[in-house]
Structures are given as structure tokens and as C-alpha cells.
Design a protein around this ligand. Structure first.
Ligand code: DMJ
Length: 618
């Protein structure tokens, strides 16, 4: 910059007066601060940013199931937030928590580094009283005779589902043991990049399913592998969401069902490794976390996904329960605090939020992928709190009201569906993932306004019916990844890329809840149709595989037995054909990967405890 000599200004001292020098210096320092601040908003790929804001992690991994919509991260979602100024919503709590979690994580890593296969013995408070917990349940968790149905046809169907689980498991064990998932056509294992080096996703996801089905030899093999071979000292980039719902959820539920202390120790170690993800200016966690090294990570300003940071609450509350350390609950309550405070377009929650500024990044709203389990966790947080979490309840019913006002549609053929919303414009499409919402609406039907109870039951039934139609209108009787209601389509996929089925559970999940809450036999029939279709089209010689086109008469397999098939699809089918006293809904909520977590009865747990021995079937 060139400074010209101004008339009347002394040439001495670079030609500037003291006050002018001061203004100039002020201007200069402002400029430097601005430039430095702007670095945070540059894309991660810009060299300058890497030089000045070096961090320990590398590029984000792809998250979500292989074909999951969360794949948008892989495509590098454009982040308009980069262009905005920082309006940090970070409150006092998150600053305090940042300091706390930094300390605890470092300490834990130092401890776990010295240990083998899982680093047991990390920050675990062993004071959790498992016997007392059991006494606080209202009913025995496995019911009378493990929920065995009295009617022979239902029993036979349940046995069939158990056989499917054993077949899926045995093949995983033979060809992919210790890997994350089975590739049934090539008979080998798949590791993928969602779990940051963690292995055995199918084992951890299967523990509770094997246990409730009474497949005890298989359960014991799974338990032994977790004990001896589940190495939590991995060092890769993982999806916080996927690790939480599958590993944390799977281990928590294995502990609560069996009382095996080893599961608790493992989950405590893993829980601590997730805490650094929350070290962002807002406390909204980033989607990707390096499990191996503690890092700030927040210089990476990509947006966080509603369904990911909104799907931690159930597991984190239980991590606090078991460790007697409030940090986990504080982390998720901080997320909720921000979501409550932020303005919501038409009362809706968009799918992307900047963890740096705490602002929405795009106005895309969906009950399917990217949004789905956030809504699920609101109502389940309320139910899991023994109906004491009034804030979750309020958020859930207001969100549902906004969804009904803006997204729920009726097709010309009379099918109710939940469209997607893009800045006020409706996309008349429903994803398979959105089909969980029949189950969600029905479990919340009783606790809304009394005059709305019947309305919610009807809405849940209509959505479940629509999702069933998406199955029955295909050649295979399995549903596509997404189906549309425009251009003459009614619950069918119009794009080639939406025609696949990857063994997803959501439609069957809604059948299970609808059955439990209405006992309308059609839900069991619909579930059985799905079993027959799975057997006919997805069962191959060495396991189960997804298919590429549900409308094709001759199927083409995708060579992947997803871990959620064992954890969710088969578990929900088994429950559908069991009596209601197997994992009664009064005592258990299922996380979004179908891992049962118990209702937290604070007053009972802190008081004398329940009076009944719930350890054995009554
Ligand atoms: C599962 O991992 C979970 O249900 C998740 O919430 C959504 N996607 C898969 C199953 O489709």
C-alpha cells in the first residue's frame, strides 16, 4: 500500500502524526485478525488453512451404510456457512465441558494406551448396582418363557426367523469372523471405513439378538470375541453416529440384558473416546472422530447432520448412569439447549447445522435419511426417562405438529406419506428410512394431547400402510430405497438409483410397534410376507444379501449382509412373532439400531429399589 504525503502533515516519523499512527496500527491489527479469522471459513482443502491451522486428523471418512444417504459427506456437501460470520451459540456449559472432556480424554488415553484389546479398567465407577436395576424393572425382561407365543402358526414363524438369524450368523462366523460385515457371495469379510478401525460390527450388533433368541452357543462365542478381541485402541476416523448406535448401543444393551461386567467396562472405555467430538465452538459434535488421538478437530468447519448429532441422547444418558459421571448427559443436553434456542423455519428442523456457528446450513427437512432418528430420539428420550423428560416431550410433539402441517401429504390414490421439504418446496418422495415413522408415531400416541390420541394412531397406521404398499407394489415384495408420489407414481421408485433394497429394517420395525400397540393381525401377516420375500430373494448360499432392483423378476445381489440385518431386521421380526412380554415396552426402548435400553427409574434406583425379583421369568 502506498501512503501519499498529505498537505500539512509533517514528513518526520514516516510523515504521520501520533494519532494517525495509532489509527493506522489499529486498522492493521484489525486486518490481521480478520484475515486469521477468515482462515476458519476456508475449505479444509486450502493449503493456507492447513499451514496455519494444522490439526491431527485427515480427511473425513464416508459414513453411513454403504448405500446410505449419509453418503452426502463423501460427495462433500457444499457448506454455505463457510461464507457467514461466526455467531457462536456456545454457552457457558460448553466451555466448561470442553475443559472437562479434554482432561478426562487425555487421562483416559494415557491409561488405555498401556492396555491391550479394549483397555479395560479406564474411568469406570463400579458402583452401579445391577441387581437393584433389575428390581426397578416392572417386568422380567425375557417375559414368561422368552415371549413364546401360544398359537402354533406364530410359533412356527418365530422359529423360522430364529433359523434365519442362525444362518446369517453361522455364515458370518465361517467367512468373515472379526470383520465388520459378511460378503455372502464372495464369502469374505468387509471392513469399510465407518468405524475408525473398530472391528466385529456384526458381532457387537448381534449380541442382544442372539441372547433374546436363546441362541446361547452363538451368544457365548460373540461374548468371548468381545472380551478377547474387540480392540478399542484403534486409530482411525470413525462416524460418531455409527459407532454410537452400533457399538455403544450394542455393548450397553448386552450389559443390561446379561449383567456381564465386561460389557460395561468396554463401553465405558469407548464412551470416553467419543468425547473429543464435542470440542467444537458450539458443543455440537462433528460427524467424524479420530478414535486414536485426542484432537480439537473443530477447525474442520463442515456441517453436522441432524440425525447424527441428534441420535446420541439415549446412549449418552446410559453412559452417565453406568459411570456415575454426568459429562455424557451434559454433552447431549447442550445439543438440545442449542436446538431449542435456534430459530426453526415453520417449526421444522433442517438437516444440516454448522458446529462452528450454530446456524442451519441448508433448509432441507426430511423424516428420512439425515433427519430420521433425531425425531425418534426425542420421543424415546421422554419414554426412557420414565416420562419425566418434559422438554423432550414438548420438542417431540411440536416437531410432529410442524411435520404434519408442512410435510404430511395424501396421494391422489389416498396414500398418506411424509414428503421432504427444500426451503418451502415439497419433494414428493419418501425414503425407506422414513418408514420407521409409523412406529415412532404409534409409540408416542398415548402421551400427546388426549384429543389427538386417535389421530396419532390413525396417522401411524396410514404411514405403515403406505410403506407396506411400497413393498407390495414391487415384483420381489421388498421395498425400494425411495419411492415417489409424483409424475403418476404412487409409492413406487421412478429412478433406477432408488430401486435397491439393502436388508433395511424400517418397514418391519413399524409392523412390530403397530402390532404391539394395536394387535391388528395384519401386521403379523405383513411381517410374514417380508420373511418370505427375504427368503426367496435375499437368501443366498452363504448368508443374506441386499438386492439391486426390487422390481426385477430376476434379482441381482449386492454381496453385502449388513450388520443392521442381524441387529434390527431379524430382531424386529422375532419380536413381531413373540408375545409382548419379551422386552416389554414399559421397561425398554430400542435405540435406532434396535438395541434395547432400559427405562431409567431414577427414584427407584436412588431409593430402596423395587420390591420384586425380576432376574428370572415369572
Ligand atoms: C441403521 O443403522 C439405523 O436404523 C439407522 O438409524 C438408519 N440406518 C440403518 C438401517 O437402515
Amino acid at each position: 500500500m502506498v501512503f501519499r504525503k498529505l498537505p500539512g502533515v509533517s514528513a518526520s516519523g514516516m510523515g504521520l502524526r501520533l494519532s494517525q499512527k495509532f489509527v493506522f496500527l489499529l486498522f492493521l491489527s484489525g486486518l490481521v485478525t480478520l484475515c486469521f479469522g477468515a482462515l476458519f471459513f476456508l475449505p479444509d482443502s486450502v493449503r493456507l488453512k492447513r499451514i496455519f491451522l494444522s490439526k491431527t486428523e485427515s480427511q473425513p471418512v464416508t459414513v453411513g451404510s454403504e448405500n446410505d444417504v449419509r453418503e452426502h459427506l463423501k460427495k462433500g456437501a457444499k457448506d454455505p456457512e463457510h461464507l457467514r460470520g461466526i455467531t457462536s451459540a456456545k454457552g457457558e456449559t460448553s466451555t466448561k465441558l470442553k475443559a472437562l472432556s479434554r482432561k478426562s480424554s487425555v487421562t483416559n488415553e494415557a491409561k488405555t494406551d498401556k492396555k491391550v484389546a479394549g483397555g479395560e479398567g479406564a474411568n469406570t465407577d463400579t458402583s452401579f448396582d445391577y441387581n437393584k436395576f433389575q428390581k426397578c424393572l416392572l417386568k422380567p425382561h425375557l417375559g414368561i418363557e422368552h415371549g413364546k407365543p401360544s398359537d402354533p402358526q406364530t410359533l412356527q414363524r418365530r422359529e423360522k426367523v430364529k433359523e434365519m438369524m442362525k444362518f446369517a450368523w453361522d455364515n458370518y462366523k465361517s467367512f468373515a469372523w472379526g470383520r465388520n460385515e459378511l460378503r455372502p457371495l464372495t464369502r469374505n469379510g468387509h471392513i469399510g471405513n465407518m468405524f475408525g478401525g473398530l472391528r466385529g460390527a456384526s458381532i457387537v450388533d448381534s449380541l442382544d439378538t442372539l441372547y433374546i433368541m436363546g441362541l446361547m452357543d452363538e451368544y457365548n462365542d460373540a461374548k468371548e470375541w468381545v472380551e478377547t478381541s474387540l480392540d478399542l485402541n484403534s486409530n482411525g476416523e470413525a462416524s460418531l453416529f455409527e459407532v454410537n448406535i452400533r457399538y455403544v448401543g450394542g455393548l450397553l444393551s448386552a450389559y443390561y440384558l446379561t449383567g456381564e461386567e465386561m460389557f460395561k467396562r468396554k463401553v465405558m472405555v469407548l464412551g470416553e473416546k467419543l468425547l473429543p467430538a464435542f470440542n467444537t465452538p458450539t458443543g455440537i459434535p462433528r460427524g467424524v472422530i479420530n478414535l486414536g488421538s485426542w484432537s480439537w478437530g473443530w477447525a474442520s468447519a463442515g456441517s453436522s447432520i441432524l440425525a447424527e448429532f441428534g441420535t446420541l441422547h439415549l446412549e449418552f444418558v446410559h453412559l452417565s448412569e453406568l459411570s456415575n459421571n454426568g459429562i455424557y448427559t451434559e454433552k447431549v443436553m447442550n445439543i438440545r439447549k442449542l436446538l431449542n434456542k435456534i430459530e426453526k423455519p415453520h417449526g421444522l428442523y433442517p438437516n444440516f447445522l454448522s458446529p462452528v456457528s450454530g446456524n442451519w446450513v441448508q433448509h432441507h427437512v426430511s423424516i428420512g435419511g439425515l433427519g430420521d432418528s433425531f425425531y425418534e430420539y426425542l420421543i424415546k428420550s421422554y419414554l426412557m426417562s420414565d416420562k419425566t423428560d418434559e422438554e423432550a416431550k414438548k420438542m417431540y410433539y411440536s416437531a410432529l405438529e410442524a411435520i404434519e402441517a408442512n410435510l404430511v401429504q395424501k396421494s391422489p390414490g389416498g396414500l398418506t406419506y411424509m414428503a421432504e421439504w427444500r426451503g418451502g418446496i415439497l419433494d414428493h418422495k419418501m425414503g425407506h428410512l422414513a418408514c420407521f415413522s409409523g412406529g415412532m408415531v404409534v409409540i408416542g400416541a398415548d402421551d400427546g394431547a388426549p384429543e389427538k390420541r386417535q389421530h396419532y394412531l390413525d396417522l401411524a397406521a396410514e404411514i405403515t400402510h403406505t410403506c407396506h404398499e411400497s413393498y407390495s407394489r414391487s415384483a420381489t415384495k421388498l421395498g425400494p430405497e425411495a419411492f415417489r408420489f409424483d409424475g403418476g407414481a404412487e409409492a413406487t421408485a421412478t429412478r433406477l438409483s432408488d430401486r435397491y433394497y439393502i436388508l433395511r429394517p424400517e418397514v418391519i420395525e413399524s409392523y412390530m410397534y403397530m402390532w404391539r400397540l394395536t394387535h391388528d393381525p395384519k401386521y403379523r401377516e405383513w411381517g410374514w410376507e417380508a420373511v418370505e420375500a427375504l427368503e426367496q430373494h435375499c437368501r443366498v448360499e452363504a448368508g443374506f444379501s441386499g438386492i439391486r432392483d426390487v422390481y426385477a423378476q430376476t434379482v441381482s445381489h449386492d454381496n453385502m449382509q449388513q450388520s443392521f440385518f442381524l441387529s434390527e431386521t431379524l430382531k424386529y421380526l422375532y419380536l413381531l412373532f413373540s408375545d409382548d412380554d419379551l422386552l416389554p415396552l414399559e421397561d425398554w426402548v430400542f435405540n435406532t439400531e434396535a438395541h434395547p435400553l432400559p427405562v431409567v427409574r431414577k427414584s427407584c434406583l436412588q431409593g430402596e429399589g423395587g420390591t420384586h425379583d425380576k432376574t428370572t421369568s415369572e
